[in-house]
Design a protein around this ligand. Structure first.
Ligand code: PEP
Length: 252
């Protein structure tokens, strides 16, 4: 089964409207006519209208970096799936390690959000990954296994097939320390096997599993050529048009 690679930029809490427009205008030109790879960017909520407008009729999808699971109501500071969909979002990142670490997000909450995202036609990018001490204690499979199981609980096979999983070892995020191609491939294969057991072989074969953690133009090709690495979730390098473009092109 051939899976279309998917490269998504996670801008985190960076860029003003001016910066964002400059970046996406450059990306639009760089990706003109590029095919065989799915491309997305996830700016902060306040940038979404401007970015979505600037990327109309382009081959770049847009997503949120988080969302709440209720459609509307008295939830000060939150953004709903209805609002993301209404703006024209395609993706939503859920359970990023920074959300788990700084905002207390749990697997249970992530699974609830993932289910709701699907019910609104948003593609959830569900992030999992172990911390450095957990890897060093040999707990990678236990931790990632628990996150995969809990964060994807309750999804139907059809929903799971459309879900993107991002394996992001926490020790590699924003640190410049990338996982080796062998380390990343091993965890990706482990995740795919878990999906086979939890859902079925067809679902496992279809799900795209991104790697995330200090992906740069010089390491992208090695990672993306691994059997079970179907794309990348890119933080720092997605803020530079040349770097993000080189990573996208390494996926083709
Ligand atoms: C991320 O935030 O998802 C990420 C992978 O960041 P970076 O590429 O900067 O390590």
């Amino acid at each position: 089964m051939s899976r279309t690679p998917v490269i998504v930029g996670n801008w985190k809490m960076h860029n003003t409207v001016g910066d964002a427009l400059q970046l996406v205008r450059a990306l639009k030109v760089k990706f003109l006519g590029v095919s065989g790879v799915e491309i997305g960017v996830c700016p902060t909520f306040v940038l979404l209208p401007a970015v979505i407008d600037a990327l109309k009729e382009s081959n770049i999808g847009v997503g949120g970096q988080n969302m709440y699971f209720e459609n509307k109501g008295a939830f000060t500071g939150e953004v709903s799936p209805v609002q993301l969909k209404d703006l024209g979002c395609k993706y939503v990142i859920l359970g990023h390690s920074e959300r788990r670490q700084f905002f207390g997000e749990t697997d249970e909450l992530v699974s609830k959000k993932a289910k709701v995202a699907h019910s609104h036609g948003l593609i959830p990018i569900v992030c999992v990954g172990e911390k450095l001490d957990q890897r060093e204690s040999g707990l990678t499979e236990e931790i990632v296994g628990k996150q995969v199981d809990g964060s994807l609980d309750g999804l139907t096979k059809e929903e799971m097939s459309k879900t993107i999983v991002a394996y992001e070892p926490v020790w590699a995020i924003g640190t410049g320390k990338v996982a080796t191609t062998e380390q990343a491939q091993a965890v990706h294969a482990f995740i795919r096997e878990l999906l086979r057991k939890k859902f079925d072989a067809a679902v496992a074969a279809e799900v795209r599993i991104q790697y995330g953690g200090s992906v740069k133009p010089d390491n992208a090709k090695g990672l993306l050529s691994q059997n079970d690495i179907d794309g990348a979730l890119v933080g720092g390098a997605s803020l530079k048009a040349d770097d993000f473009s080189a990573i996208v092109k390494a996926a083709i």
